[in-house]
Ligand binder design. Structure first.
Ligand code: UDP
Length: 320
């Protein structure tokens, strides 16, 4: 199989590239290295089945050329991370909407198949967990960056779905909940790499809000298995799937757990949301996925628990 991974130098994309190379696919990575890093794929460079193209999904001519030559596209390129979205809202909107439209149009033009990665952010403030794929979206004002990101990703889903419904382009939509593992950077807000780095340096652990908000974290390895299985399953076409863990933890408990595992002398400090992000920032209190559909379709089941995830992230942080 000839595969294009947009955003393949990013945290999730680079793990996917590793897996597909192992499975003897021919892999082309398209990445503009805005948040992705060449170091994530450096070890693949030189492999004759691997090709890295530095460029953006907004470059229509480039995407046209690349999609023509492959069989399937994993579309992961996007502006991600709450911190980045809040700091660069316009750029994020354009990349996430226009970029996805270009990718899907080329997939249609050359009769290929695409897996589009979406996000649990699309559920917005719906905290009635566990969230099913057809549950309601509850959003704040579109003038708040977080909700414009949620909407941009929802537009991506609508595009992928309508290309399937109206033009018979085989598309699969995957909503990723909090994903963690080696190579994820805390630079764009992600909580576990941030807490681990702070703990290893014995610095204050920055819990935003009161820390009572909760999340479920899934190891990137389990995410990659789910992505490849969904790409290769005919029943997944034209459908959307939640992928995430159901092991729920509050952010305050997460901070304590990381301090314990790293044997750190860090203290927890509580930072109000408007200081951490922007005035009027709204957080999700809870986000738990219902993964019944993925379980029924591909036998999805997390295999690494939160302690295992944290140990992996700690080991990576100590190594770099
Ligand atoms: N968070 C935190 N301290 C940090 C970074 C994040 O308390 O240094 C909180 C954040 O406010 C949110 C949770 O951790 O409630 C998860 O944040 P992340 O950005 O990793 O993911 P998302 O908000 O998209 O679930």
């Amino acid at each position: 199989m000839r595969v294009l991974i947009t955003g393949g130098a990013g945290f999730i994309g680079s793990h996917l590239a590793d897996e597909l190379i192992k499975a003897r696919d021919e892999v082309t990575v398209l990445d503009d290295l805005s948040t992705g890093r060449f170091e994530n794929i450096e070890h693949l460079d030189g492999n004759k089945s691997f090709n890295f193209v530095e460029g953006t999904i907004l470059n229509e001519g480039l995407v046209d050329k690349l999609v023509e030559k492959i069989d399937v596209v994993y579309h992961l390129a996007a502006a991600v991370g709450v911190d980045l979205i809040v700091k660069k809202p316009l750029e994020s909107l354009v990349t996430n909407i226009k970029g996805s439209e270009i990718v899907l149009e080329m997939v249609y033009r050359y009769h290929k198949k695409a897996l589009i990665t979406s996000t649990s952010e699309i559920y917005g403030k719906n905290t009635s967990g566990p969230l099913k794929e057809d549950d309601d979206r509850i959003l704040g004002s579109p003038l708040k960056s977080r909700w414009s990101y949620s909407t941009a990703k929802a537009v991506d889903e609508m595009l992928a779905y309508e290309y399937w419904r109206q033009k018979k382009v085989p598309t699969v939509i995957v909503r990723l909940f909090n994903t963690v593992g080696p190579r994820q950077t805390g630079a764009y807000g992600m909580v576990i790499p941030r807490f681990v780095t702070q703990a290893l340096k014995d610095e204050d652990i920055t819990v935003y809000g009161d820390g009572k908000q909760s999340r479920c974290f899934l190891h990137v390895k389990n995410v990659i298995t789910a992505l490849t299985k969904l790409m290769n399953n005919e029943k997944a076409v034209g459908n959307v799937f939640n992928i995430g863990s159901q092991e729920e933890i509050t952010i305050e408990e997460l901070a304590k757990k990381i301090i314990k595992i790293t044997k750190s002398s860090s203290k927890i400090v509580y930072i109000p949301y408007d200081k951490a992000y922007e005035e009027g920032f709204e957080d999700m209190q809870r986000r738990v996925p219902d993964t019944t559909k993925a379980k029924a379709t591909i036998g999805f089941k997390p295999t690494i628990d939160l302690d295992g995830i944290i140990r992996d992230v700690v080991e990576y942080a100590r190594r770099i």
